[in-house]
Write a protein that binds this ligand. Structure first.
Ligand code: PMP
Length: 360
């Protein structure tokens, strides 16, 4: 059995060590005689898994004590609604629309109140991050919302907006744990884990205590209230138990790699390999503005739909998988998350060089 280099945007590559460990423990988790999949979420071994997972992510991100960590379901998309339902006290929120995911969040928030778009990069097909230096924020905004890394367009914020004291809410789905972040600068951080952290089905929310309200918008379902999950320590109902267990293993793996500083260094080096090649290539061209390029998602095109399709097909033959770009950008996209080894990026660049020689 040969493993491929999987450049999928998500669900995505996971560390091989984690998969092997999970395989070893599949039938008998630590002498329990059962798989974590079969285990009560109220059992002792599972309580220990949850506790360790929370502690490890707290250690990795140096999460301050006045923040809660929640392991929820419903994907990142459920947060598009949960955020306004719980945070929109004045029914006003300011959104920066830098791609499809922030646009979706913005549109969902409009269901609940006056969501305002305070900056957008739609004019150039979201190929850049809008200038967030001098945003004209609403005086009565309950929060300011960004998607920190836009998975489809391959852009990332290198500087956070000045929110003038208003809580900053960030979707970090596609850059979660790829580098250190200062949690205290945010009111709420969340992400689906299926890109950089674990299997699909778990959404992690990190929320500052004062934003956990017992008065969400009227009619907010119990399951969509943050206080429900804070009070029950993510065990109000059956949590995505197996997914949390894998996330916990990935946290331990990240620690063993040297933590998020070490990951950042590796991610910068990996991305640099690819961007350096793109910058000198006569055939391939990156689509995101240079200053805003993501370390995680790298979209690129040849300029010809036919050649793009040929590239994707031939790449697959040499074990370079899921490199096709999202339909809204076209071309190719290499997602090079934490678990993508440097050798995978080297193999991709080598293949691109060969392809250029033969087709350029
Ligand atoms: N936000 C971002 C940045 C994403 O990349 C995605 C998924 N591709 C989502 C939100 C939606 O995630 P989910 O499928 O977990 O709802």
């Amino acid at each position: 059995m040969a493993r491929v280099y999987n450049f999928s945007a998500g669900p995505a590559v996971l560390p091989e060590e984690v998969l092997r460990e999970a395989a070893d423990e599949m039938l008998d988790y630590e002498g329990s005689g059962m798989s974590v999949m079969e285990m009560s979420h109220r059992s002792k071994p599972f309580a220990a898994i949850m506790e360790a997972a929370e502690q490890d992510i707290r250690d990795l991100l140096s999460i301050p004590d006045n923040y809660r960590v929640l392991f929820l379901q419903g994907g990142a998309s459920t947060q598009f609604a949960m955020i306004p339902m719980n945070l929109m006290k004045n029914k006003v929120a300011d959104y920066v629309v830098s791609g499809s995911w922030s646009k979706k969040a913005y549109q969902e928030a409009k269901l609940f109140g006056d969501a305002r778009c305070v900056a957008s990069s739609a004019d150039e097909n979201f190929s850049y991050v809008p200038d967030v230096h001098a945003l004209e924020l609403s005086d009565d905004a309950d929060y300011v919302y960004i998607c920190q890394n836009e998975t489809i367009y391959g852009t990332v914020y290198h500087e956070l907006p000045d929110t003038n004291g208003k809580p900053l809410v960030a979707d970090v789905s596609s850059c979660f744990l790829s580098e250190p972040m200062d949690v205290s600068k945010y009111g709420l951080i969340y992400g689906g884990v299926q890109k950089n952290v674990g299997p699909a089905g778990v959404t992690i929310v990190i929320i500052r205590d004062d934003l956990v309200t017992d008065e969400p918008l009227p009619g907010t379902p119990t399951m969509l209230r943050y206080d429900t999950h804070v009070d029950a320590k993510s065990l109000y109902n059956t949590p995505p138990a197996y997914g949390i267990y894998i996330c916990g293993k990935v946290f331990k793996w990240l620690k063993a790699q040297g933590g998020l500083e070490a990951m950042q260094q590796r991610n910068v080096e990996k991305a640099q390999l690819l961007y350096d090649f793109l910058d000198q290539s006569k055939l391939f061209k990156g689509t995101a503005r240079t200053e805003d390029r993501s370390l995680m998602n790298v979209p690129f095109v040849t300029g010809s739909d036919e050649l793009d399709a040929k590239f994707v097909a031939e790449a697959k033959k040499v074990g370079i998988e899921s490199i096709k770009g999202h339909r809204s950008v076209g071309g190719m996209r290499a997602s090079i998350y934490n678990a993508m080894p440097r050798e995978g990026v080297e193999a991709l660049v080598k293949f691109m060089q060969e392809f250029e020689r033969e087709n350029g």
